[in-house]
Design a protein around this ligand. Structure first.
Ligand SMILES: Nc1ncnc2c1ncn2[C@@H]1O[C@H](COP(=O)(O)OP(=O)(O)OP(=O)(O)O)[C@@H](O)[C@H]1O
Ligand SMILES: [Mg+2]
Length: 355
């Protein structure tokens, strides 16, 4: 499913970009503020229908413009598919092969995008919600219908929380608790299956990138050894007091351990970046195994914060992926491009192929 052609209009500093892309790897070089990350943002927007850095896609619109457009041509199962995402007048429009699309799930079927961005270390350092998003994003790409399951859970959870805030208890509250239990079970089962498979790959990739044992353990969001039903009963008093359901998949986390210790407090910034890279690469591998498709991987400035040895390991690992790669860097000195692949020079919002 490589992206063969990309046109960008008014995304951040990018005014009018039209480039043909290599199905295996593409390099983008340019100074700070040139527009490299904006280029990756545009690809992400095509694949996900939203921004990867900000929750407000509207912020991506170039200052002085009314809206933005990203258009891409993707080779998918031998066919050329056309995707267009535009934002104007506060409305996001997604079209696939000229027809209006309903959103994320359909986009992901045509073009699955993974990203290793500059905030990669946050996967380690930030709170559990980052890691839940990581797991959910992974499941979403390999399990049809997960987005709906997940959205349903959010909906019934919101209803139960509203009931708690209204002061309901006993049988009237149970009416709202039952659907939460059923939906939670579906979310939990999908995540559990996924993380079990993922953890084996994290170990392998982690071993190659860090030369040390790396493990992940999924924490479902309630006390181990009891059912969610039991955990909900135990937290009833607190739920009622706070007006918020305290246990469940919305409180899940992933424990990341290196050398048998938790990495959150111990890993250096560079190590955090490598550990997070291992997690994303494991996800890309699992996606390939489960779907038989390559997908796209956006790697924003891999050279930053990594020493020469670590960068070489990361690049060697990327080498083995059957994925279309987009790699950025300050210059071809920081990240040496492999011969035979296109290099794009990015400067003040212009993207030109270097010949
Ligand atoms: N809405 C916007 N309209 C116009 N320009 C914007 C907008 N948002 C951001 N910019 C500008 O876009 C420029 C490019 O940002 P981008 O993050 O793509 O650069 P970069 O090449 O990745 O730089 P770095 O090497 O520092 O990561 C920045 O100078 C930024 O000020
Ligand atoms: Mg950048």
């Amino acid at each position: 499913m490589p992206l063969e052609r990309l046109q960008i209009d008014s995304v951040r500093c990018l005014q009018a970009v039209d480039v043909e892309l290599d199905p295996r790897r593409n390099y983008l070089f340019g100074l700070n503020g040139a527009g490299k990350t904006s280029f990756l943002e545009s690809i992400f927007l095509l694949g996900r229908g939203r921004s990867f850095r900000t929750r407000q896609t509207a912020r991506l619109v170039r200052r002085g413009s009314d809206g933005l457009t990203v258009y891409g041509e993707v080779r998918s199962s031998g066919r050329r598919r056309r995707i267009g995402v535009s934002l104007g007048g506060g409305e996001l429009k997604i079209r696939i092969d000229g027809e209006a699309s309903l959103g994320m799930s359909q986009l992901a079927e045509v073009m699955a995008v993974h990203v290793m961005g500059s905030k990669l270390h946050r996967l380690i350092e930030a709170g559990p919600s980052e890691r839940r998003r990581y797991v959910d994003g992974g499941v979403f790409h390999v399990e049809h219908g997960y987005l709906e399951i997940w959205r349903h859970y959010r909906r019934v959870l919101g209803q139960r929380n509203a009931a708690l805030k209204r002061g309901l208890s006993g049988a009237p509250l149970a009416v709202w608790t039952r659907p939460v239990l059923a939906a939670a079970e579906a979310v939990h089962a999908a995540r559990q299956r996924y993380t079990e498979e993922l953890s084996a790959l994290v170990e392998q990739v982690g071993g190659r990138l860090l030369d040390r044992p790396l493990r992940i353990v999924y924490r479902p969001g309630w006390r181990q050894g009891v059912s969610l039903e039991q955990a909900l009963r135990e937290s009833l008093e607190r739920d009622t007091r706070t007006g918020f359901t305290q246990v469940g998949p919305h409180r899940a986390d992933v424990d990341i351990r290196m050398d048998a210790g938790s990495v959150r407090d111990h890993a250096s910034r560079g190590q955090q970046k490598l550990i997070a890279a291992a997690l994303v690469l494991a996800q890309v591998r699992l996606f390939g195994q489960r779907t038989g498709r390559g997908g796209l991987l956006l790697v924003d400035d891999p050279a930053a914060e990594l020493d020469a040895e670590s960068l070489a390991r990361l690049m060697a690992e990327l080498e083995t992926l059957a994925t279309q790669l987009f790699l950025t860097g300050l210059s071809d000195q920081a990240l040496r491009p492999r011969k035979g692949f296109p290099v794009f020079h990015v400067e003040r919002g212009q993207v030109e192929a270097v010949v």
